[in-house]
Design a protein around this ligand. Structure first.
Ligand code: FAD
Length: 293
């Protein structure tokens, strides 16, 4: 099928893009187009106007500021993949982004586009939630900040007003020496995950788990943080029994069943992948502790 007819506008600045978005009725922002163009062609979306923000250079950057990492919404996924800053300070993001689609889709697809598309199985919303990312949305009315945890307004629906553009994502890196793991199960390499797991752990001086973050992607309409698992693991040594208990709790999550797989299959994957991800994150944290041989 072909896309329905729409007007096409391509502003050069954020201010102009926001002005157009405030003025136009039923307009949609076009970022990398890797999801939106398919939705147009399949007639899942009927905008009267597309506002292409690919020329808005001020939205594409990756930088360190006040100890955090700021990612412009129009930063290509491929730039995140190859960023030494991300590899050094946000290893979880790098591990996850390598599993987003294909290099061709990552060349065009943007970080902001993936967050706004909010596919339940998408890797970037999952890691953004795992790391308590802070988002900035802009409109002609000004800027506002919102937490990733508050960005899920419904199934594939971001908490943005019709005249707002997501402009940046701010992530606070975990301290040096933390352990990370992003694991997923998909039918074929490059497919959307059926279930994914993002795990982060930090150890204290006695080798106990001082801080834990565990997030499941793909199991429900939006990624799920697992606070009960995080609380149960914090203070433990992360021994086999602790990981077994964490896996059991993840297996009890309320999961979605659909034409692809039943709910019990997602629960089983959540349990198995969570255990593996926690064990890998823990092993990496321990390797940091011990240092090079
Ligand atoms: C073959 C294929 C495989 C894929 N596999 C995966 C995968 O495994 N994992 C995965 O996560 N994704 C996958 N994708 C999707 C891909 O990651 C997209 O890049 C992403 O979902 C959307 O990013 P985009 O920049 O292309 O956004 P677009 O498609 O341009 O936009 C997506 C939506 O977000 C809105 N939007 C975009 N940017 C903004 C903004 N700054 N402010 C407000 N609204 C905005 C748009 O209006 C639209 O509604 C795949 C895509 C393809 C074609």
């Amino acid at each position: 099928m072909k896309a329905p007819a729409f007007r096409y506008l391509a502003p050069d600045t954020l201010a102009e893009a926001l002005r157009l978005l405030a003025w136009e009725q039923n307009a949609r922002v076009l970022a990398g187009g890797q999801s939106l163009v398919a939705m147009l062609n399949m007639r899942f979306a009927f905008p009267d106007c597309l506002i292409d923000i690919n020329r808005v250079a001020e939205l594409a950057y990756l930088r360190e500021s006040d100890g955090g990492i700021e990612i412009g919404a129009m930063t290509r996924q491929r730039d995140v993949e190859f960023s030494p800053l991300v590899a050094r300070r946000l290893p979880l993001w790098r591990e996850a982004i390598l599993q987003v689609g294909h290099r061709q889709t990552r060349n065009r697809g943007t970080v902001g586009g993936s967050l706004c598309q909010l596919d339940p199985s998408a890797e970037l919303p999952t890691v953004a939630l795992a790391m308590d990312a802070e988002l900035t949305a802009a409109s002609v009315r000004g800027e506002r900040r919102l937490r990733m945890a508050d960005f899920f307004a419904g199934y594939m629906t971001p908490a943005l007003e019709a005249d707002e553009i997501l402009t940046s994502i701010r992530v606070q890196p975990w301290p040096a020496g933390h352990g990370h793991a992003f694991l997923e199960f998909a039918r074929r390499c490059g497919d959307f995950a059926i279930v994914s797991v993002a795990a982060l752990v930090a150890l204290d001086a006695s080798g106990r788990l001082a801080r834990v973050s565990l997030t499941l992607g793909g199991v429900a309409a939006a990624p799920l943080r697992m606070p009960a698992v995080e609380a149960a693991l914090t203070g433990s040594h992360g021994v086999e029994d602790d990981l077994d208990q964490a896996a059991r709790l993840c297996g009890e999550v309320v999961a979605t069943g659909d034409s692809q797989v039943p709910a019990w299959y997602r629960q089983r994957l959540a349990s198995v992948l969570a255990r593996r991800a926690l064990a890998l994150a823990l092993a990496r944290a321990c390797a940091h502790e011990e240092g090079p041989p």
